[in-house]
Design a protein around this ligand. Structure first.
Ligand SMILES: [Ca+2]
Ligand SMILES: [Ca+2]
Ligand SMILES: [Ca+2]
Ligand SMILES: [Ca+2]
Length: 330
């Protein structure tokens, strides 16, 4: 099996995995304790322990352990009530509902209405209407996309949209820096990333398509700190991550970084709170989480690797509006 086919199958299995309970990691982002530094959430289904590895800017310390009720089908870390602390947004297939557990900085509580939504084939969180509260984007097998706006205590009807085609990968990220998360979708049939800009009430075009080709994993985040979310694309066959910087209307050449180890999962998250999203990845062979800091033009300055085991689900990051989606571990 060649790499190209393997990647396509990985993406296909991820899409299927959303519908059939996935036994692999999904990536998102979040600053759980609200100190401006993105933390990493790591969930083990074997013990049903959720461990939040809190970033102090130079390491993941201060583990916060929680036992949510039940194993999720999909999850995200997102600040749904706009208090600066990322909350846990989990979908339970058995119940057909999204359950949100609010972070108070040291634990997760209830206090957000469960929302019946039904099974998605893709889902993401991001602040689509720019009110400071993360919203929920839910794509159904029919190709219908529903964005549910958070009002701080529940998700309500927001945008109904039917984009052209079903993506193989997607993210919500504010690529033009207007405070509203845009829809960043990859179609592997065309090898291009398509952005649909949010104006708060609908999604429009007006962003050039970017030919990127198939990746092993991808993420969005503001790597150069200009307020516009950038695109990171990891090519496993050449062990290289490429970051395409957004200028608000296109993704242009950014930076290229050859990985020293082989990431099974990656995310962009600002772990030191300097406004530049850093590269966080998990090496499954080593059972280690690594961090490479962004200085705006390159990834340099590695953190101490953090020992963790294979997660069932993982989340992290806090760039404005840049929330990832899941992938299977490679
Ligand atoms: Ca919102
Ligand atoms: Ca935007
Ligand atoms: Ca940027
Ligand atoms: Ca940073």
């Amino acid at each position: 099996m060649n790499a190209h086919r393997s990647i396509s199958l990985s993406i296909a299995s991820f899409i299927l995995g959303l519908v059939a309970l996935p036994a692999h990691a999904q990536a998102t982002e979040g600053d759980v304790d609200g100190d401006g530094k993105s933390d990493l959430a790591w969930y083990y289904d074997s013990t049903t322990d959720l461990q939040v590895l809190r970033s102090d800017g130079s390491n993941f310390n201060g583990v916060m352990v929680q036992k949510p009720a039940g194993v999720p089908t999909w999850g995200s870390l997102a600040d749904v009530n706009g208090d600066g602390k990322s909350d846990l947004v989990w979908y339970y297939k058995s119940l057909g509902v999204v359950q949100t557990m609010m972070s108070d900085g040291s634990t997760f509580n209830g206090a957000f209405a469960a929302k019946p939504v039904g099974d998605p084939i893709w889902a993401a969180t991001g602040d689509v209407n720019g009110d400071g509260k993360a919203d929920l984007a839910w794509l159904y097998a029919t190709g219908d996309l529903q964005v549910l706006f958070s009002n701080g205590s529940t998700f309500n009807a927001g945008i109904s949209h039917k984009p052209v085609g079903i993506p193989t990968w997607g993210s919500l990220a504010d690529v033009n820096g207007d405070g509203k998360s845009d829809l960043v979708w990859y179609y592997n049939s065309q090898g291009v990333v398509q952005v649909m800009m949010s104006n708060g009430t609908t999604f429009n075009g007006a962003f050039s398509q970017k030919a990127v080709g198939d990746m092993s994993w991808a993420a969005t985040g503001d790597v150069n700190g200009d307020g516009k979310a950038d695109l990171a694309w990891y090519y496993g066959a050449i062990s290289r991550v490429r970051v395409f910087f957004s200028d608000g209307s296109n993704f242009n050449g950014g930076l290229s970084h050859t990985m020293a180890s082989n990431p099974s999962w990656g995310a962009l998250e600002d772990v030191d709170g300097d406004g530049k999203s850093d590269l966080v990845w998990y090496d499954r062979g080593q059972s280690l989480v690594h961090v490479m800091m962004s200085d705006g033009v390159a990834f340099a300055g590695a953190w101490s690797a953090k020992p963790v085991g294979d997660p069932y689900w993982a989340g992290g990051g806090n760039s404005p509006g840049a929330l990832g989606v899941g992938y299977p571990l490679l």
